[in-house]
Design a protein around this ligand. Structure first.
Ligand SMILES: C[S@@+](CC[C@H](N)C(=O)[O-])C[C@H]1O[C@@H](n2cnc3c(N)ncnc32)[C@H](O)[C@@H]1O
Length: 154
């Protein structure tokens, strides 16, 4: 499981709740969350949900909405921020990872300042943004990424 997401959940939640994974990929984090007692829904373009467009889950509202390594791939980034907001409970937490543009291996043009502006405009509070490095050891990858992590509350 994404270790940063796990750490965030351990910090913010005393007991398992309901989570939504936006751009779930192979649904690995979804499976891991279910194993530790969460109810978790994952959506992805590969399963027919295009996050460039509005998405409201029939299972909303969620205690946690997260999206890892997806936002920088989208053209309509404001829509994903709105989708997080619209599916989240009042006081619920979100968690986003993106590849930061300062990494030479990243094609992202999404800056920390721009992400922060979008989150503030949407009305999120208790925002925390941090940048850190991560070594991607997967076959065919093997390089450093710079990750921008954003967390906050509705
Ligand atoms: C780098 S993978 C990350 C997967 C997973 N979140 C993880 O952390 O392992 C990016 C994912 O975003 C999905 N994706 C890209 N564009 C999308 C879109 N417009 N709507 C929904 N999912 C999209 C891809 O299909 C892929 O599964």
């Amino acid at each position: 499981m994404n270790i940063y997401l796990k750490k965030f959940i351990d910090e913010k939640f005393k007991k398992p709740g309901k989570a939504l994974d936006l751009g779930a990929g192979e649904f690995f984090d979804v499976a891991c969350l279910k194993q530790i007692g969460w109810k978790c829904e994952g959506v992805d373009i590969k399963t027919g949900i295009d996050l460039e467009k509005k998405y409201e889950s029939k299972n909303k509202p969620f205690d946690l909405v997260y999206s890892n390594y997806v936002l920088h791939k989208l053209k309509n980034r404001k829509q994903l921020i709105q989708t997080i907001f619209n599916n989240l409970k009042d006081e619920g937490w979100f968690f986003i990872h993106i590849f930061d543009k300062s990494d030479k291996n990243s094609k992202s043009d999404l800056s920390r300042a721009y992400l922060k502006k979008m989150l503030i405009e949407q009305g999120f509070k208790n925002l925390k943004l941090k940048v850190f490095s991560f070594y991607d050891n997967d076959i065919g990858h093997k390089h450093w990424h710079k990750i921008l992590e954003a967390t906050g509350q509705k």
